[in-house]
Design a protein around this ligand. Structure first.
Ligand code: HEM
Length: 355
């Protein structure tokens, strides 16, 4: 009944008022998280004053030719932070000691171009400021700009992360990134262990307002039969896109506005057009349903909660101070350079290397 009203309502403010008076809004206070010890909003003010301009201008031109790359960068930061903290470990290539985090199943669908973009940004930034800025900070800033340059909110993030010296194993990676088949209980437990509230979980899932997914991420909802929580027309279209369970095709995640960072993802969920179980179940589950509804009718509220959750996510187990290092190549730890190119390493170090 509410849904019918929702789509007939001509005035969003009226709706918000009604929701408020029905006491449906239970969104927690949106308080910007304080910077973690060692991080600060002005960390690079003297070390690299042009950092944020360099990144934003470069990404502006990257997205002008392919806005899809914004989604790839946003997801890359999420996958970096959830596994072993925001330490750039997802960027590392494998070594003789074993396959890297990159090679673990959830990371195989990260866009190859996202890694190239981060390394290009690193080169530009280090050309301007020497080796003062970490790959993990560059990844965090790239994700922040991906949101803004796709039409989302503009916000500042605490900086000063350092790059990790190790990457996680396949099992650790799998244990920290929930699969798209996860239901809300699994998501709330898994993200709750990292300190995220149900509101954070719903807000972060709003990252799916941009980007694409491969059929294999959701064919479990199409075959052998339709997941009953999926809208019939949406299902018919997805079956056409993914004619078999192992199709390599892709589809947009937010059918209403696939490349715009807005709140339409939540409108999709209310229409049973969420792509993954992990998305759609947020609307099915009574603990998160009203949060979905509130974000669907109030984009500002979504933005506030998304920004706070992103700042929180961006500070998960960060390395600071003299921990870790500042890589001179995002896909390799410096000690590998030291082994192979000792002279180059000492040249690039300059007086700022402190590890
Ligand atoms: C909460 C649990 C989450 C699950 C289960 C999940 C799962 C997935 C999966 C399976 C894909 C598609 C992979 C493919 O088939 O190619 C995907 C794509 C994506 N995810 Fe998530 N995700 C989650 C949270 C997040 C968060 C927190 C963010 C960012 C804030 C995010 C941002 C994205 C973006 C932007 C894409 C599209 C990437 C592209 O177009 O290259 N996801 N996610």
């Amino acid at each position: 009944m509410f849904m019918a009203f929702f789509f007939k309502a001509s005035s969003i403010p009226t709706l918000i008022f009604l929701l408020l008076s029905c006491n449906l809004i239970r969104i927690s206070e949106t308080q910007t998280p304080a910077p973690a010890p060692g991080l600060s909003y002005d960390f690079y003010r003297t070390r690299c004053p042009r950092l944020e301009t360099i990144i934003r201008q470069n990404l502006q031109s990257v997205f002008a030719s392919d806005i899809g790359q914004a989604a790839g960068l946003l997801r890359l930061h999420f996958h970096d932070c959830f596994v072993q903290g925001c330490d750039g470990s997802v960027l590392l290539d494998g070594s003789a000691s074993g396959p890297s985090e990159k090679d673990a199943p959830p990371n195989l669908s990260l866009r190859a171009q996202a890694f190239v973009i981060i390394e290009n940004l690193r080169r530009l930034v280090h050309n301007a400021c020497n080796r003062t800025v970490s790959c993990s900070d560059i990844t965090a800033l790239a994700a922040r700009d991906a949101v803004f340059l796709s039409g989302g909110p503009n916000y500042s993030i605490p900086l000063g992360r350092r790059d990790g010296l190790t990457f996680a194993t396949r099992n650790v990676t799998l244990a920290n990134l929930p699969p798209p088949s996860a239901n809300t209980t699994t998501l709330l437990n898994s993200l709750g262990q990292k300190g995220f509230t149900p509101t954070d979980v719903v807000a972060l899932s709003g990252g799916h307002t941009i980007g694409i997914a491969h059929c294999t991420s959701f064919t479990g909802r199409l075959y052998p039969t339709r997941d009953p929580t999926m809208d019939q027309t949406f299902f018919n279209n997805l079956r056409t896109t993914c004619p078999t369970t192992n199709s390599t095709n892709t589809t947009f995640m937010d059918i209403r506005s696939p490349n715009v960072f807005d709140n339409r993802y939540y409108v999709d969920l209310m229409n049973r057009q969420g792509l993954f179980t992990s998305d759609q179940d947020l609307y099915t589950d009574s603990r998160t349903r009203s949060i979905v509804t509130n974000f669907a009718v109030n984009q500002t509220l979504f933005y506030q909660n998304f920004v706070n959750a992103m700042i929180k996510m961006g500070q998960l187990s960060v390395l600071t101070g003299t921990q870790g290092e500042i890589r001179s190549n995002c896909s390799r730890r410096n000690s590998n350079d030291l082994f192979m190119f000792p002279d180059m390493e000492s040249d690039q170090d300059g007086k700022l290397a402190s590890y």
